[in-house]
Unconditional design. Structure first.
Length: 118
């Protein structure tokens, strides 16, 4: 009874999280695959081919190559977000200055490495 009452107090998104946590790894994997297939079905044939080509390219990489590739993709995503923020008036210097003290050494390292490559 108490469990039922507790479930009633959860929001819909919280309830979804609880249900996902109750899934087996196989069920979660099947859900991920179903969402992936749904997304692929919504693409044009050309877009679908590009996604499949990219997946094949990544699958053919060695583990170190894949780590480097995925790290590059994460950096590109961050760069896109920073560019969008800059278009809205938030400067890169402001974003870098807003990094908290715990993460500042990591950001400083990245900036230094980028300067070396440039």
């Amino acid at each position: 009874m108490a469990e039922t009452r507790r479930q009633m107090e959860l929001t819909a998104s919280e309830q979804e999280v609880v249900e996902r946590m109750r899934m087996t790894p196989e069920q979660r994997q099947a859900e991920v695959e179903a969402r992936r297939q749904e997304r692929l079905d919504s693409l044009t044939p050309e877009q679908k081919q590009a996604v499949e080509d990219r997946e094949a390219q990544i699958a053919a990489m060695t583990a170190p190559q894949r780590r480097v590739y995925l790290a590059g993709q994460r950096l590109a995503g961050i760069a896109r977000a920073l560019r969008r923020d800059a278009a809205k008036g938030v400067g890169l210097a402001d974003a870098l200055a807003a990094v908290d003290a715990v993460n500042k050494p990591d950001v400083d390292w990245l900036v230094g490495e980028v300067k070396k490559v440039s």
